[in-house]
Design a protein around this ligand. Structure first.
Ligand SMILES: Cc1cc2nc3c(=O)[nH]c(=O)nc-3n(C[C@H](O)[C@H](O)[C@H](O)COP(=O)(O)OP(=O)(O)OC[C@H]3O[C@@H](n4cnc5c(N)ncnc54)[C@H](O)[C@@H]3O)c2cc1C
Ligand code: FES
Length: 278
């Protein structure tokens, strides 16, 4: 995937300000800020977000809003993400990127499906936006334990209402939409009904989506999350399979490449390189 800006510019943090923060759940919020490079970035790519004095962390770029602002949907998990959410609107952050590979949309307008779970719905919202703009018929399947945990719920309902996508929310407890898992919803819609399926979320979910699409003969890509430090292919922290650096050759991998990643669905490495099961 080619990026228009020079590599040097992509690697320097660009200072911007969080203009809005909207809580989605008690632990998740969507933030908006201006950054022209990320606003134009291919869906599936990611950025590094630096909170001065705290840390720098990778984030999947979400949809671009009507004011041209980039969105990130963040789960408060530890020092950096909690500090970002606590500081909220007005916080100065540094962003670099976009990095990595994006989703490969079909060349001709067709039917595409984005399957998201947790904060994985953020890059899916961007994929859906770009697929609609490219003339594709777009379905978004989003999953959570219950209605109050469905991320980007209002945004996706709005996009559904305007006809730019078909929103298929799924809840484990049946409090909203389909009662069951995203993978069951995909099977109900028929994997073979789509020209391409994209997944981002918990790895066991992505493993299932990739298997279902392989069985149906449908092109599929999944976006993997691994520990990242440099994001530019130098430190080896994010390497999976036979030397695939996810920050450069990923995070989006197609079904064929994933077949060669033995740890897909099995485990991930921490900052020290130690393997942990999912
Ligand atoms: C390509 C990519 C896209 C991501 N997109 C999003 C997103 O859209 N929204 C979101 O909320 N989170 C996203 N993450 C995960 C996010 O980077 C981590 O939750 C964050 O780094 C945690 O940092 P912390 O200081 O808050 O927590 P910590 O206490 O430092 O860590 C909590 C947990 O987060 C993970 N983590 C910590 N540091 C990193 C790191 N540098 N790289 C990867 N994982 C890490 C580890 O599993 C760790 O156990 C993404 C990660 C990757 C690799
Ligand atoms: S994060 Fe350093 S090589 Fe990928």
């Amino acid at each position: 995937m080619e990026h228009a800006a020079s590599p040097a510019l992509l690697q320097r943090p660009r200072i911007t300000t969080v203009e809005r923060l909207e809580w989605e759940t008690e632990r998740h919020a969507t933030v908006r800020f201006h950054d022209p490079l990320l606003a134009e970035s291919p869906s599936g790519t990611f950025c590094m977000v630096w909170l001065p004095g705290v840390d720098e962390v990778p984030m999947g770029t979400g949809y671009t809003d009507a004011a041209g602002r980039v969105t990130l949907t963040i789960e408060g998990k530890g020092d950096c993400t909690n500090a970002l959410l606590d500081q909220g609107a007005g916080t100065r952050v540094g962003v670099r990127g976009p990095y990595g590979t994006g989703f490969r949309l079909p060349e001709e307008p067709g039917r595409v499906c984005f399957v998201g779970g947790g904060t994985g719905i953020a890059p899916m919202s961007r994929g859906a936006q770009q697929a609609h703009a490219a003339g594709h018929d777009v379905t978004v399947i989003s999953g959570a334990r219950s209605e109050d945990l469905l991320l980007l719920h209002d945004h996706l309902k709005d996009r559904h209402a305007t006809g730019s996508l078909r929103y298929k929310p799924c809840t484990d407890d049946g409090t909203f939409g389909f009662h069951g898992f995203t993978t069951q919803k995909l099977a109900e819609l028929g994997e073979g009904a789509f020209d391409a399926v994209y997944a981002c979320g918990p790895e066991p979910m992505m493993v299932r989506v990739v298997e279902q699409c392989r069985d149906a003969g449908t092109f599929c890509e999944a976006s993997l999350e691994r520990y990242m430090k440099c994001a530019v292919g130098v430190c080896d922290a994010c390497t999976v399979g036979d030397g695939l650096r996810l920050c450069v050759e990923g995070p989006v991998l197609d079904g064929e490449r994933l077949a060669g990643v033995a740890e897909f669905g099995v485990g991930h490495r921490d900052a020290a390189g130690l393997m942990h099961p999912w």
